[in-house]
Write a protein that binds this ligand. Structure first.
Ligand code: HAM
Length: 468
């Protein structure tokens, strides 16, 4: 008998018929799509998005492993925040006139009418979690790290995507140059562990008040040069004057070179904090480049800021930062929490993977070497294949690294596949071995073969591999 539909469910099924929704349109488009038919439209990737394919996986895994190892050693706890956040969180944190908020946020109303966005970065989310989950009330510093996708509706190009991934490290609750230096060290070690040679560019933005005084000076200076400036810089002059120092237009460079420098406007405390950070880095042997034009694109920064670039590479793609960060002492209070100093950085993983690819680092970084298979499992015939799968599954957890390919039928092809994965031994299972409950072990170097009991596979192989 049919169950009556409850009221709540009925409401769900009742769809407005007059005005088609976006979901209806999407459904219609999907219905029109017939895979495999000639001349039919196929679905393409959205602009600025990319599929991560298995051939890149070892780079991603190496990068993730490097971050995990560093997080564990330097005692950062893992935090994962949602991809969706209230849009206001980023407007308040990054600043209304920053490019990320002004032009790049994926923002929409959800079904409750709330303004939601896909997170463009995670520092603001982590600060929200620090306040909301009571981490501020625990022994400080609180050290957190994360990894995951971020979304910015930026102009896509090589190394710049609309969905990209960051690994980030953040420290809350302590204002000490040792924290700034530790963060820069962790990032520097991350690149070093992957065999990437990077340059650290550094600057100090001082306090909000120092920066405000400097901005007046900067605007006064730039106003006198208005006629030499590019269109973007003219807009920056009123919207976001610090970004004038970021301009890459050749025509603006002479004006930029002569501009007043922020470091000259810092008070004693800010200068001392920055000097001590640099002294730590000298002590640690982390090379850095003082870069007065480095201002970062987000409003929450104060004091130390830094960016990482590939060293000694002139190509344009190398002019994109691999990572960046700095101190953001005012953010927690700005978001409604009890004042807490903080600092951190984030690294763009797509750019790291690209750099690893380019440098073809396989030889240099041990992290990038895929472990070779020790043993290849070859089978001949349907019956053998069935039993081989059972045996392969039984060998899982023994620590032996196995490879196999059930879709190559001849022994010759399977031995070639074994060679390709550099297997030292091949297990061969034919009709006779299935009946006898045995298996042939072939030494790939000498070609010598022996027949062993299936129950002894693990012990025999381990003994042989130990001898090697
Ligand atoms: P950010 O400079 O906006 O800083 O991004 C950090 C890194 O993410 C960049 O250096 C770059 O490698 C990568 N990245 C940014 N946008 C893209 C994109 N469209 N495509 C590919 N990679 C990209 C932040 O996000 C701050 N939350 C960093 C931070 C953490 N500051 C303090 N703590």
């Amino acid at each position: 008998m049919k169950q009556p539909i409850k009221n709540k469910e009925r409401k769900f099924f009742k769809r407005p018929t007059a005005t088609p929704t976006a979901a209806d349109a999407a459904q219609a488009a999907a219905a029109a799509f017939k895979p495999g038919e000639k001349g039919k439209k196929t679905f393409a990737l959205l602009r600025g998005m990319h599929d991560r394919l298995p051939k890149e996986e070892r780079y991603w895994r190496a990068a993730t492993r490097a971050a995990e190892d560093l997080a564990e050693y330097f005692q950062f706890g893992r935090i994962d925040t949602p991809l969706l956040e209230e849009a206001g969180l980023f407007v308040r944190s990054l600043g209304r006139s920053t490019d990320v908020v002004d032009k790049e946020m994926y923002i929409f109303d959800d079904r409750d009418g709330q303004k939601i966005c896909l997170r463009p970065e995670a520092t603001a989310s982590v600060a929200r979690a620090y306040i909301g989950s009571g981490l501020w009330n625990q022994a400080q510093p609180i050290k957190l790290w994360y990894q995951g996708p971020m979304f910015r509706h930026d102009r896509p190009q090589s190394g710049r995507y609309r969905q990209f991934h960051q690994v980030g490290f953040e420290t809350f609750g302590v204002k000490d140059p040792a924290i700034d230096a530790e963060l820069i060290l962790v990032a520097f070690d991350f690149f070093k562990d992957l065999g990437l040679n990077v340059e650290v560019r550094m600057n100090s933005l001082g306090t909000l008040e120092e920066r405000a005084r400097y901005k007046i000076e900067l605007i006064n200076y730039y106003r006198t040069k208005r006629s030499y400036l590019c269109e973007d810089c003219r807009q920056r002059l009123t919207k976001n004057p610090l970004r004038l120092l970021d301009c890459k237009e050749p025509g603006c460079q002479p004006v930029k070179d002569e501009a007043p420098q922020l470091l000259d406007w810092l008070g004693d405390d800010s200068k001392s904090h920055f000097m001590k950070t640099l002294e730590y880095l000298d002590e640690l042997g982390v090379p850095y480049l003082l870069t007065p034009s480095l201002v970062r694109g987000l409003d929450y920064y104060a004091h130390t800021v830094f960016e990482f670039y590939l060293a000694g590479v002139a190509e344009e793609s190398a002019q994109m930062a691999l990572g960046a960060g700095g101190r953001y002492d005012g953010l927690v209070e700005e978001l409604g929490g009890r004042s807490a100093p903080a600092a951190g950085f984030a690294i763009g993983l797509e750019r790291v993977v690209m750099a690893l690819h380019k440098q073809n680092e396989a030889e240099q970084s041990p992290l990038l070497k895929p472990p070779a298979a020790q043993v290849f499992f070859a089978q001949l015939g349907d019956e053998a294949r069935r039993q081989a799968l059972l045996l392969i599954n039984q060998l899982r957890g023994t620590g032996l690294r196995l490879a196999f390919n059930f879709f190559k039928n001849s022994l010759k092809n399977q031995l070639e596949a074994a060679n390709a994965v550099k297997a030292k031994y091949v297990l061969i299972l034919g009709q006779k071995e299935v009946q006898d409950k045995t298996v042939i072990v072939r030494d790939m170097e000498s070609g010598v073969q022996e027949i062993i009991d299936q129950k002894k596979i693990e012990a025999v192989l381990k003994r042989k591999l130990e001898k090697n």
